[in-house]
Every structure is written in structure tokens, then in C-alpha cells.
Design a protein around this ligand. Structure first.
Ligand code: GLP
Length: 267
């Protein structure tokens, strides 16, 4: 596990885009796991800019989103389908048939939908790089506290805290979903590499618990401590409660030096 602390949300996005760019350069058929919420918005904007400058292409990339609300049509402005289309997909050269977002309405069999989603990921050979955000209660995707380590894609009932946190996106009196379909913890942990983005003071406690706390289903993001290649890419504010900050800076400094050395000697 690596903890990279950048000065502000923009530098977090810049650094994350660099990881994706390098992965795409090595493998244009990259299978990318994507997240929604306000945190990855700057990253999507950065990737769009790189695409417009012809420094990146998503033509042969496949994406899998983490989650979607139950009860919202895909053209609903608060649905994650709409979010992805408006904030990323419509601005780049991705083939929309290669973009997967789970979706389940009240009339569909959720077990079948979840199984098919898992199967789709498997058929593509698994997720190469998964981008995550984090909820204030430590959730990733919509894996709320108490989510099992071995959970796969399924329906989750949202906690009061998550509903309250996400209510800012809904108009007063508007229907707000209380359930979602989400990749499970096992689905996420099966990704070859994971980058968790967190910015702002309101995420500091969740980040501290996830990185330095005991591994516990009470903080689902702490289960990432089991993953071989997870990077917590966070800003100063989100890092404010970490106890071993100086060590993380030191490691990042040395890691960058080694990476630069190898990259230079590659030329
Ligand atoms: C939602 C999403 C998560 C996201 C979280 C944090 O609950 N399901 O994937 O990480 O919100 O969102 P934000 O980045 O807006 O704080």
C-alpha cells in the first residue's frame, strides 16, 4: 500500500491522470474501473484535456463503474449513468458499448443482474486499474460499513449517513434512492491495481481509519490494506489526521526517484 499526499485536489487529479496515462500507454486495451461523486470530477476533466490535446485515447478502453442507484432511470440527472456520460464519456473517444455501469430497476431480478455484471468483468479478463472515492463512513462504491470481504456485486441498502451526504445532489422533495447496486469488496479487491482518491478535511477521519486503523468491515476501505497494489492518492486536507505522514512523504520521494531513474535508463 502506498500513500501519496499531494498539495491540493488539482494535484491529486494530475497525479492520478499520470497513473492512468502510463497504464494506457502500456496497454491501450486497459480495463478501467471508474467511480462517481465529486472527488473524481477533476480527474475526468484532466483526462478529457489530455484527450483533446491528443495525448491520450480511450478508443480501445473498456470501463466498469462501481455502482448505480436503484430506482433512477439512466437519463435521470442524479443517476450515475447520466453522471458518467455528462462528465466523461461524451467528451472522449470511448466506444460506449465498452462502458459498463450496473443497472437494476425494481422490476428486474437483482441477483441475475449482479451475476451478469460479475460475468462481464470476468469475460474482459478482470479490472486492471480501479479508481475509488471514499465515503465519510469509509464506504467504497456503495459497500457500506459491515460489508463482507467476500462480497460480490449486489444490492446494498444505504446508511442514513450516506443518504444525508448525497442529499446535496437532490432537489428538496425529490425522490432520493435508499438502495444501490454496487460491486462488492471482493470484486474491487480483485482489481490488479487500485487508486483511492480523497480530498478535503471531511474525508480525513475516514482516510486515517482506512490507512492506519485496524482492518475492519466497519470501515470497508480499511480492507484495501489486504490489497497488494493500492495507492491512496490524497490531498493535504484529507491527510490531516494521518499519524505517519512524514514516512509517507519519504517513501513517495524515494519511489519517484527510483521510477525516474528507471524511466531515464529505459530511453
Ligand atoms: C458515493 C459513491 C462513492 C463515492 C462517494 C463519495 O457514495 N457511491 O463511490 O466515493 O459517494 O463521494 P464524493 O466524492 O462526492 O465525496
Amino acid at each position: 500500500m502506498q500513500v501519496i499526499i499531494s498539495s491540493d485536489p488539482q494535484s491529486v487529479a494530475d497525479r492520478a491522470s499520470l497513473f492512468i496515462k502510463r497504464k494506457l500507454e502500456k496497454n491501450p486495451q486497459l480495463i478501467l474501473g471508474l467511480s462517481t461523486g465529486s472527488t473524481p470530477l477533476k480527474l475526468y476533466q484532466k483526462l478529457i484535456n489530455l484527450y483533446k490535446k491528443q495525448l491520450m485515447s480511450f478508443k480501445t478502453t473498456t470501463t466498469f463503474n462501481l455502482d448505480e442507484y436503484i430506482g433512477l432511470a439512466s437519463d435521470h440527472p442524479q443517476s450515475y449513468h447520466y453522471f458518467m456520460k455528462e462528465n466523461f464519456f461524451k467528451h472522449i473517444d470511448i466506444n460506449l458499448t465498452n462502458t459498463y455501469i450496473p443497472q437494476c430497476n425494481q422490476k428486474q431480478n437483482p441477483f441475475l443482474i449482479a451475476e451478469t455484471y460479475e460475468e462481464n468483468i470476468k469475460q474482459c479478463g478482470g479490472i486492471d486499474l480501479q479508481i475509488l472515492g471514499i465515503g465519510r463512513n469509509g464506504h467504497i462504491g456503495f459497500n457500506e460499513p459491515s460489508s463482507s470481504l467476500s462480497s460480490k456485486t449486489r444490492i446494498k441498502t444505504l446508511t442514513k449517513e450516506t443518504i444525508a451526504d448525497n442529499s446535496r445532489f437532490f432537489k428538496q422533495g425529490e425522490f432520493q434512492p435508499i438502495q444501490a447496486i454496487t460491486m462488492g469488496m471482493q470484486t474491487i479487491l480483485a482489481a490488479k491495481m487500485i487508486i483511492l482518491l480523497a480530498t478535503g478535511k471531511h474525508k480525513a477521519e475516514a482516510v486515517q481509519k482506512a490507512v492506519e486503523g485496524p482492518v475492519s468491515a466497519s470501515c470497508p476501505a480499511s480492507l484495501l490494506q489486504f490489497h497488494q497494489h493500492t495507492v491512496f492518492l490524497i490531498d493535504e486536507d484529507a491527510s490531516s489526521q494521518l499519524k505517519n505522514k512524514s514516512y509517507y512523504y519519504h517513501v513517495d520521494d524515494l519511489t519517484q526517484k527510483i521510477e525516474n531513474l528507471y524511466r531515464l535508463s529505459d530511453i
